[in-house]
Design a protein around this ligand. Structure first.
Ligand code: FAD
Length: 403
């Protein structure tokens, strides 16, 4: 059978290897990852893993890979030779492939601010990053989090449980502003404030201060104010890991460009997950998504094609975040919505925000409302249009409408 080489042993890489075997692929499957240990889940890293050292994050035990003849190799793909269909590894070896999957994910953006390399400033992407942060949390007294995205807010929620003084600094005027509606943002911001976290919104960081030992002591903001901090988490977004593709002359936009079947501009090479920019069937535009759903569903879609069942990628995007005892689930892509309706009363802690574009439902944010979330995914998947007027009726229920 054909040899499939997978660059990147994260969520997407793991899933392609697994799905290939589930679908009966008989040829060699070689999964190459540059992180130590077994493939693991990242979501707990900013949640339970920070508080509970016993949190299990490995996707599967070692025996799983052995039994399925998935060859897991701990090294890095250094370059691709497309003319001979080979990859060069940093351990000096070369591997031939019939199909190459790029599942290289993304890496954290490091803002170019003075003092960014001081001791006590941490990123959060890998298991090692999270372990470092977890070790430092108990001895730190002031935590500053730069960036109020999902990861920043999740870390803030975990930190609040440790009693450390926490300040979140964000350039935009509300948390998770790029991803969620005003109603959801406001609700989550209130939860954090109620737990004693300070949200410093609409403020940009200009410099990080340190002492004579090189340890961080505070964060300077553009308005002249200063947030004292002996621990700083930087969570200002990621950049897709595209350099293997760029160097090999494969098309790259905001991510490695793929078609609806997840093929790059080279038919022997595909790309999935955080590193891939794909034509989104729900928005009609090219998108790159950073979510477990997207990595897993694209991996399954690709494995189907490689085993003889090509289908275009059309899965409904969904995402979740957990902060305190609140679970926010998002279905569809509501960014850029022009209208919204709130179902339920936010004061009860359980509600959903329906987001409409051109009068039609495009996304649903559910706060502690899992039945709405499931219904929303079902609705968006089957394409049954829901107009805003229809949701105005007394007692309108999303699960009932979805049927
Ligand atoms: P990754 O899982 O990042 O895997 C890519 C792997 O490839 C990495 O191990 C990388 O080191 C490796 N690699 C890169 N280049 C090479 C190379 N040249 N050779 C070999 N290996 C290479 N998503 C959600 O949906 N819900 C959540 O609650 C959530 N929480 C998150 C919390 C944190 C702290 C983080 C960091 C992410 C979270 N995400 C969440 C996002 C989710 O984890 C990612 O979208 C998902 O892991 C993407 O999968 P991937 O396979 O594309 O990339």
């Amino acid at each position: 059978g054909a040899t499939v080489v997978i660059a990147g042993a994260g969520q997407g890489g793991f899933q392609v290897a697994t799905s290939l075997r589930e679908r009966g692929h008989a040829g060699p499957v070689i999964l190459i990852g540059d992180e130590p240990g077994l493939p693991y889940q990242r979501p707990p890293l900013s949640k339970s893993f920070l508080l509970h050292p016993e949190t299990q994050i490995e996707l599967r035990p070692h025996s799983f890979y052995e039994r399925r003849h998935i060859a897991l190799r701990h090294t890095r793909v250094a370059s691709i030779d497309r003319s001979t269909r080979r990859v060069h590894l940093t351990d000096g070896n070369t591997l031939a492939y019939d199909h190459l999957v790029l599942a290289t994910g993304a890496r954290n953006r490091i803002p170019p601010i003075e003092g960014i390399t001081l001791d006590g400033i941490v990123q959060l992407r890998t298991q090692d990053d999270a372990a470092r942060l977890r070790t430092r949390l108990p001895t730190a007294s002031h935590l500053a989090i730069i960036g109020a995205g999902f990861i920043g807010m999740e870390v803030a929620a975990a930190a609040a449980k440790t009693g450390i003084t926490t300040t979140v600094i964000e350039a935009l005027h509300r948390p998770m502003a790029r991803a969620v509606s005003m109603a959801t943002s406001t609700h989550v911001a209130d939860l954090h404030r109620a737990q004693g976290t300070t949200l410093c919104l609409g403020r940009t960081v200009i410099r990080l201060d340190g002492d004579h030992t090189g340890a961080v002591t505070g964060v300077r903001l553009h308005d002249g104010s200063r947030v004292p901090a002996d621990l700083v988490v930087v969570g200002v977004g990621v950049a897709p890991a595209v350099e293997l593709a760029t160097d090999a002359g494969i098309d790259v936009g905001d991510g490695i460009r793929v078609d609806a079947f997840l093929s790059t501009s080279d038919p022997h090479i595909s790309a999935i997950g955080d590193c891939a920019e794909f034509p989104n069937s729900h928005t009609g535009s090219r998108t790159r998504l950073e979510s477990i759903q997207n990595a897993v569903d694209q991996a399954r879609c690709l494995a189907a094609r490689l085993t003889g069942t090509p289908t275009a990628y059309t899965a409904v995007p969904w995402f979740w975040t957990e902060q305190f005892s609140t679970k926010l689930q998002i279905a569809g892509l509501g960014q850029g919505h022009d209208e919204s309706t709130v179902l339920g009363d936010p004061a009860t802690g359980s509600f959903s925000v329906l987001l409409f574009k051109d009068g039609l439902l495009a996304g649903v944010e559910s706060v502690n409302a899992p039945a709405d979330h499931i219904a929303a995914r079902r609705l968006l998947a089957c394409g049954k249009p829901l107009r805003r007027e229809e949701t105005a009726a007394d007692g309108f229920s999303l699960p009932q409408w979805a049927g």
